[in-house]
Design a protein around this ligand. Structure first.
Ligand code: AMP
Ligand code: MG
Length: 267
């Protein structure tokens, strides 16, 4: 799966990253639906261990264009995880109060504590994406943010946070299909807003902003992964595999009991 990691310092041309790629799992239709189940169970066990051991903090960031699959990924990849140890933070348009602080203020309080997994549905990266494309601050201001963000994430990493960042890469055509589904199905209407069409018109500008973000903020301590996401099943399998691999490398162990339990008899 390392081929999906953006190597620090490398150039990113999103045209060269195929959103339809499925070279890691070439599964039949029947196999696809079943393949995630064992990974869900593995993740469930690893999360239990993380929570019990209470030594590591995990931060997982999801960024994507509208209908890119952030919500679905979170729901499907973390299916079965213990809600006690997993927190999801969704970052919407900042409130008046949030805007009167620096842009990392609202983010920092959602970072994980020991034993926790924090999942960011959108993140501080909106502050170099939508904020840049929509001209919400001047170039002089957003340009400096890549360095701030790298320093912020370095601090989190130095203090014991394992950081993984996923860009869900869908094509413009795939977005069209998913938007049409949101319009056609009554129970999906709520996910669609007219503003999404305005953002879609600026697709190329967003791709440029994403490329810069991926190039400038993929680091050894907080790597970006560009996930082929036109196929939801493939996206889920790749992301679950990367997270499992990372958690396994932490070599976690269940803690020793606080008391000597060897002579205990329950009467
Ligand atoms: P959704 O994730 O579809 O509920 O939409 C959330 C909206 O909030 C998106 O249009 C984001 O671009 C927007 N948003 C998130 N963070 C920021 C930010 N820092 N500044 C401006 N807009 C933001
Ligand atoms: Mg939306």
């Amino acid at each position: 799966m390392d081929k999906y990691r953006v190597k620090p310092g490398s150039k990113v041309n999103l045209k060269k990253w195929d959103p339809d790629d499925r070279s890691e799992f070439d599964l039949s239709k029947e196999e696809r639906d079943e393949a995630l189940y064992p990974l869900n169970r593995k993740l469930e066990t690893l999360q239990e261990l993380l929570y019990a051991e209470g030594k590591h903090k995990i931060l997982i960031v999801f960024q994507a264009m509208d209908a890119g699959g952030k919500d679905g990924t979170i729901r499907q990849v973390f299916e079965g995880a213990n809600p006690q140890g997993v927190k999801v933070a969704s970052f919407k348009k900042p409130t008046h109060k949030e805007l009167s602080h620096d842009y990392l203020w609202r983010v920092h309080k959602h970072t994980p504590a020991n034993g926790e997994i924090a999942i960011f549905n959108r993140s501080h990266y909106e502050d170099v994406l939508v904020v840049r494309v929509e001209d919400l601050v001047s170039k002089k201001v957003w340009k400096k943010r890549y360095e701030h963000i790298n320093n912020f994430e370095k601090m989190l990493a130095d203090e014991g946070t394992t950081i993984l960042k996923f860009y869900l890469n869908i094509s413009k055509d795939e977005q069209k299909e998913r938007f049409e589904e949101r319009l056609d199905k009554k129970e999906k209407n709520w996910k669609f807003s007219l503003g999404d069409l305005e953002v879609r018109k600026k697709w190329n500008n967003y791709m440029k902003a994403y490329e810069d973000m991926l190039e400038k903020t993929s680091t050894k301590y907080a790597p970006w992964y560009i996930i082929p996401s036109n196929r939801k099943w493939y996206r889920n399998l790749v992301i679950a595999s990367i997270i499992i691999d990372k958690l396994e490398k932490l070599k976690m162990e269940f803690p020793e009991p606080q008391d000597d339990l060897s002579g205990v008899r329950i009467t």
